[in-house]
Design a protein around this ligand. Structure first.
Ligand code: 5GP
Ligand code: ZN
Length: 115
């Protein structure tokens, strides 16, 4: 998508702090971190939100989830210390970048509000 900021990051046209990459997934540090660990995981193939999940995109989304768990484990995260994964979708979900991404938040005791 020509005017998608995350597609530009994936294409290397905009710099980012890369944490993980494979053929389907890119993970970068959030530019405005909300926790000591705040990483954005996205499929390299553009899809606007989780509501674009279907039989043609499910492999990409599964690859994103696998990458989240791999990176989390590599960082020493576990059920014992904990983490949070967030996906915002559309206006009511306060999604600001319309390229599917998941937030991995960890490294501190997160608030109990919302969910
Ligand atoms: P959303 O609100 O769509 O769920 O999350 C978008 C996230 O992308 C926000 O947390 C925001 O800080 C982050 N973000 C927006 N632009 C950039 C950017 O150019 N680089 C990086 N690394 N993060 C960005
Ligand atoms: Zn995109």
């Amino acid at each position: 998508m020509s005017n998608c900021i995350f597609c530009k990051i994936i294409a290397g046209e905009i710099p980012s702090s890369k944490v993980y990459e494979d053929d389907k997934v890119l993970a970068i540090r959030d530019i405005n971190p909300q926790a000591p660990i705040h990483i954005l995981f996205m499929p390299k193939r553009h899809m606007s939100s989780i509501m674009a999940l279907d039989e043609t995109t499910s492999e990409d989304v599964a690859a994103v989830m696998n990458a989240i768990v791999k990176v989390a484990k590599d960082m020493g995260l576990s059920e014992e210390n904990g983490l949070r994964i967030i996906n915002n979708c559309g206006p009511d979900g306060a999604q600001s970048v319309m390229h599917l991404h998941f937030h991995l938040l960890a490294g501190t005791k997160l608030g109990e509000n919302i969910v």
